[in-house]
Design a protein around this ligand. Structure first.
Ligand code: NI
Length: 165
């Protein structure tokens, strides 16, 4: 869990930039790539990443919601733009509406007490989880994925290094 707003600020800033870089690599055509037939698409997962940030308002934070409803937009550029806006809104809300003490306070969610500092950690892990799903679907859709926590296959090849298996 986070115990200091400044620690969350630093981590969120770099994690949100990684997520945005993955969203930037999407194309409109790729948004229809499905996990399996009839299940979530790349577009739906991407949009879920944007919308889920707003769930943090259930912890008492107040900030503007995404400008579209549950249905995933068909524009990759719009999704990336909205992600940047909402992830910034979330960070501003945490920095201006909470302090280090707030992180030790808890909120009941489905009969379970969640410390705010843990909810912030969970929010980052939730993004990482879906970002990992996205990069696989992006490969399947024929897209190149950006480096996230290390070089991708293509980056190794460009550097003239044999990619690790
Ligand atoms: Ni999710």
């Amino acid at each position: 869990m986070f115990t200091k707003i400044e620690d969350f600020t630093a981590e969120w800033t770099s994690e949100a930039e990684l997520t945005a870089s993955v969203l930037d690599a999407l194309t409109d055509d790729s948004l229809g790539q499905e996990v399996i037939e009839g299940r979530r698409t790349l577009g739906q997962i991407s949009w879920h990443l944007v919308r889920s940030l707003h769930y943090m308002t259930s912890l008492g934070l107040a900030f503007e919601a995404p400008s579209r409803g549950e249905e995933a937009p068909d524009s990759a550029a719009f999704i990336a733009l909205e992600y940047r806006r909402i992830s910034n809104n979330l960070l501003n809300a945490v920095r201006t509406q909470w302090n280090d003490e707030s992180l030790r306070e808890s909120v009941m969610i489905e009969k379970e007490a969640w410390l705010n500092g843990s909810s912030l950690r969970y929010t980052i892990m939730h993004q990482v989880h879906h970002r990992g799903q996205m990069t696989v679907l992006m490969r399947q859709a024929g897209l190149r994925t950006p480096n996230v926590y290390g070089p991708t296959y293509d980056t190794w090849v460009e550097k003239g290094i044999a990619p690790l298996i």
